[in-house]
Design a protein around this ligand. Sequence first.
Ligand code: CP
Ligand code: NVA
Length: 309
Amino acid sequence: MKHFINLNDISAIDLRKIIKDAKRRKNLRKKLSSLEVDKGSPLKGKLLIQMFEKSSLRTRLSFYLAIKQLGGSTLTLRPDELHLSKGGESIEDTAKILSNFGNAFMLRTDSDEKLEEFKRYLSIPIINGLSPSSHPTQILSDVFTVEEIKKKPISKLNISWIGDSNNVLNSLITASIKFSFKLNIGCPKKYMPNKKILNYIKNNKNKISIYNDPKKAVAGADVIFSDKVISMNDKVDKIKKLKHFKKFKINKRLINFAKRDCIFLHCLPRGTEVDEKVFSSKKSKVWLQAINRVHVQKSILLYCFGKLR
Ligand code: CP
Ligand code: NVA
C-alpha cells in the first residue's frame, strides 16, 4: 500500500512507471466508452472514498471514472455531513472507519496537516486531491499530456509557468526536479515562491529560473502553463493582487516570444489570467489536459494499491 500525497515522496522511477501505465491503458481503451471496465478489472471490488472540503469539478469526475474503469466503485462524502467537520469526531476515529469500510481515500483539503494526520491513522492509501501546498495528481497528469502532445520526454522540453506561486506551481517545481526538465517561472516580485520552496529549488540540482518579466519567462518555451491568480480560499486583497498580475496576462503578444509550436495548458477553472483568443486557439490543449486526468489517476490508484505493472 502506498500513499500519494506529494510528488516529492515518490521516486522518479515510480512516477515514470505511472505515466507509462497510463499511456498503455489509454491506448488500450480507445474504443471503449466512459464506464466500460479495463480488461482484467484490476480494482474489482475496491471502494474509493472521496471527500472535497473545497470545490471541485474535474478531480471529482476524473476519480469517479478512474476507479469505475478499473472495476471498482466510489463514494463521495460531503464534509458538512460528517461528525468530523463539526468537531464531534476525531480524525483518528474517522480514519479507522474509512479504513474498515473503504479501500482508498481521496481528500481535497485546506490543510496539509490534515492530510498527514489522516495518513497517520489510515490503514488504506490516501491521495491528495489538492492541498494548500500542492496538487500532485494534476501535475503528474500534465506531464503525461505534455509528452503525449509533444511526443518526446519532458526532459527535452522548455516549460514555462506564468502566474501565481501556488499549489499547482509547487507541484510543477517538484516535477521539474523529478523529471529533470527546464522550468522558467514568470511572476511579479511580490508573488515569488516562498522561502521553503526557494530553498527546495536551491538544494536540488535544478533547471529552474524565476523571472519578473513574463517575456523572459516564456522565451523559447515549448509549453506555457498557467492557473488562476486567485486560488480557492486565497485570503488576499483580490483587486490589488489582480492589478499586480496585469502585465502577466497570457495573450498573443506574449505567446509570440515562445516557440512557434508552443502549447498552452491550464488546470482550470480559469480566471482573467489568459486572453480568450489564446484560450480558444489551437495552441490551447486544456480539454485534452482535463480528460487525461482520468487516465493518469487510474495508474495512480494502481500504484497506491501496489498493482502497477
Ligand atoms: N484542475 C482541477 O483540479 O479542477 P477541479 O478544481 O474542478 O477539480
Ligand atoms: N490553484 C488553484 C487550483 C485549482 C484546481 C486553487 O487552489 O484554487
